[in-house]
Write a new protein. Sequence first.
Lengths: 567, 188
Amino acid sequence: MNFLGRYIFSTDHKIIGLQYFILALIAAFTGMALSVAMRFHLSYPEAKVKLFEILWPNGAPGGVMTPELYLALMTMHGTIMVFFLLTTVPQGGFGNYFLPLQIGAHDMAFPRLNMLSFWTTALSFLVLCSAFVVEGGAPISGWTAYPPLSAVGPVAGPGLGQGMTIWVVSIALFSAGSLMGAINFITTTLELRAKGMSLLRMPLTCWGWFSTAIISLFAFAVLIAAGVLLLMDRELGTSFFLPAGLVINDKPIGRAGGSPLLWQHLFWFFGHPEVYIAILPGMGIISTVLATFSRKPVFGYKAMVAALLFIGFFGFLVWGHHMFISGMNPYSSIAFSVLTLIIGVPSAIKTFNWLGTIWGGSLHLTTAMLWALGFVSVFVTGGLTGIWLGQPALDLYFHDTYLVVGHFHMIMGVAAVFAMFAGTYYWWPRMTGRMLGETTGKVHFYCTFIGVYMIFIPMHFAGIAGNPRRYSDFSQFEFLRDLKMLHLGMTHAAFFTAAVQFLFLFNLLWSLRSRAKAPANPWRATTLEWATPSDEPPVVYRGAYEFSTPGARRDFRMQNEEEDTGT
Amino acid sequence: MTSPGISRQASFTGLYAFFATIIMLFGAFTSAMVVRRGASKDWVGVPRSQLLWVNTGVLALSSIAAEKARRDLLNGHRMRFNIGWAAATLLGAGFVAGQFAVWQHLRHSGVYINSYPGSAFFYVGTVAHALHLAGGWIAMFYLMVRALRLQLGPGRRTAVDVTAVYWHFLGVLWLYLLWLFWFWGNWD
């Protein structure tokens, strides 16, 4: 096989996993750069930046960012991070690499479909980024692309012409790629498990990927449908989402009968499950890492599985909590609110079981373990404000304030990213045969941990003070003057946190230069990806988390160990 | 997907997962249609063309031929399979051609996608269905060629079975769409 076949158009699940990982790494640093630019503008709205002018001659004439450019950066930051980082690494990256290894399969069920799914995703990323260079630039509608403004074309603002069309096409492509992946994950999990690997012996990572694949299968199709209808409204003159009597920028739109709320329903029917698509694989990783470095079995394994499935199912019944103030019937708000708060129950089950897992364990504070503990921390912090926002009476006030921004960054963004870091530090030896630097890793962790709290906790205070989100400049508002220093602090915390991410990049690259090979099972873990590679398909004799079994000669037993070999 | 090593059962599991996502896609279109109809007073029905009934008959015949061919292959009647499968493929192409004729007919009578809400849903739904059908048709055509090269038999029939089941599924989906557009969309 030549280079092209082996590394580019590969059907090998490990190569595809790495391809997803690298794509997401590029996306993550792009998204992060956009957020740094936004934070800079929020604190220094008058500053002239040569770089902005070079990158966006129309968006930043003279180097000063226009409000439209700010919104474009915000839209692209959200879209890139949600789709190409949070959806891509945990499932496409780690899932592709480790699901077959952990269940003892030779590869994914449909390797060619797998390749197609990656390249569709990669194409989708290129299409999305091309929005920056078309006439009018990137869309300014936010990652939720609410009509009517997203459906009427450039009359509603720069970026809502070609840029918006490109956005819709890119998201449809991404959805198609994710659907192919989901079909592959479900089939692989159901059909290709090794002998003895019953469903309830699977590591919780596999359960995370499996439930995520089911959610993707049901959610992304709805996003495609919504995208098609939006595209029809934009390009072919239908009115699915456009009501009568619209006048935008003094121009009558001349459509009638459509409902902007319809988009919100369709979008959030996908959008809320998407949150769980981002976090469930991470929950699986965290469970495994916590158990391995506590040398204890996962507390309440079956409850953990049930909680994953429960969260996945209820994730489809709560989309309306994004729409409490949209004019939706207040009675349905109550139903959505109750269902939303119910999700707190399985989330709490998971959190308490994580605490139960580390309780009384012999903790090994490796870098991977620190990220896992950090995950539990930010998950609880972000989750608590979910209980506020899930109640219509409170949401009436908090909606579209920085409290929401702080909330979803904490629970969806930071928590999922912490799980990715935990997974990277944990699995890097298996992926590359090299260990990551532990000291660099720990510095990276502590700086990031402190950094994200310094960014996002003040955001909650700003939200409580009534600070609206999606504004490019607060200096005009009397009631927000007092928050200036708070925002300045957040901005500098964001600079700091972004800067320390280069430590991570450095750590990855530096490890590849190192000559020292990682041991076969450096963490003394139990799951099959750490078993000695063999041409024979593995046979599984036990569950995934047999640590410190009383009477055993060793403090862990691998899933494919028949007897207590006690080496 | 017929790469070696994939079990028959895995192919069907993948297919059923694909069904789930197609159901969600058309479910989303349906719910959009229900909401759109209820949200405003501009609903004037969904365009009808008698040709749709002819197309429905053609698609049904195609499904029957595919099913009969599938069973012939299972029983080792390769020649009968070839004939039946080719007939199913031809009829499938006939259905898509018929749908094109319907769209042409509507265009000539001045019914475009942006004419009224019902026409918009009609075009979106029938085109989406036709695209899914085109995918299945490519698989049917590919299998027809392979069969003529004597590459299929009772022991190598998973791809035929999977394609036939997909074809039946799209047939049932078409009946649903026909009901939705012809009857539900035009009820007062």
